[in-house]
Write a protein that binds this ligand. Sequence first.
Ligand code: HGY
Ligand code: MN
Ligand code: MN
Length: 417
Amino acid sequence: MTTGYQQRATRILQRINELASISEEPAVITRTFGTDAFVKGSHLVAQWMQAAGLATRIDNIGNVRGRLVSSSANAKTLVIASHIDTVVNAGKFDGPLGVLIGLDLIEQLIQQQVSLPFHLELIAFCDEEGCRFHTTYLGSKVIAGQFDTDLLNKQDAAGNTLQQVIGSMGGDPGLLQQDAIPAEEWLGYFEIHIEQGPVLYEKNIPVGLVTAIAGQKRIAITFTGEAGHAGTVPMTKRNDALCAAAAFILEVERFAGTHPHQLLATVGTVQIAHAASNVIPGEVTITLDLRHADAAILASCHKQLQQLGLSVCERRTIKMSWQAVQETEGVSCDDTFNQLLEEAIQRSGYELVKLVSGAGHDAVAVAAVAPVAMLFVRCFKGISHNPSENVELNDLAAAVEVSAAFIHSLIQKYNRG
Ligand code: HGY
Ligand code: MN
Ligand code: MN
């Protein structure tokens, strides 16, 4: 016999699958900011919001926003959100799970004709991953009033600026400020997201409470040597930029792998300029992603790795440029919200697990202006950013049950005034 939560989870899963079928490439899931597939996915989510009876719009940067207005005077706004952009060759739950559970929660509130002491805004953020412009949280920065207009000049690999891409989607970059929710109007922010790590899976527990989100730094590093003929330049006379990059990458792995405080360091992209199989690479650019919950440790590792890069390059007479592309401090989730979320988890009969998120989330951008809370959902072996990302139906049902209990406790709390 399926419970009401399992029926709701089944419908949520159907929507997750339908959204996942919209991709830039056949047979994989890729929906990066501003592409046709991304726009098509946004319109599908907007249709669902409209059908649910929400006042729906796509804002100037491309966030899909559905609002359920409260009749209470001076009501503030609670945002339930996550993102619908993806990495390349992504899983189908990272982002959409939080948006579509949020949609279900709001549909239920409408169906039960619950009178809300606060406005509820469901948001599908447009660019949490930062795959196209390497700066994450573009959509959430806009609604939090934290968007730096210098970002509009950022260029993607094809030389398109963010300004142009926003315009291509019908947005007006000059109106981004107006899309912010004013700081004084915020009640808070709630995001449901897969854990993307192994803790809940290993503990065999469906949901977890997030206490904090780690800080991260993204750096673009360019190694410049000298291009040359693969068939004539002796090995001892080469300034091979790719070999220097490779030596540095292995140094990064050694440094992070032996670091006493679980530093996470990843080189996710390598670009060889004018690459050809018979040319000694003259210029190579890599991206380095550094994560740690402690800002001081993150900053000192960043400095040490830059030094390591310089010494690798000195030994090889290679020039190195080191450019920080994005830096976000870690944030803590709100204690009051977490107390209510903790009670919702326990009232629903689940063991309480508290976790720090190594992955970044839009909650990081919103934490600058509002209290944030996050609920993690177990995913298969903690795998994510990978097409084998998976969530069991019963875990989806558990997340619906706990989230609904949490929202109801917020309604009770603010109805009491
Ligand atoms: O990279 C991250 O932590 C997130 O998935 N954007
Ligand atoms: Mn995500
Ligand atoms: Mn992600």
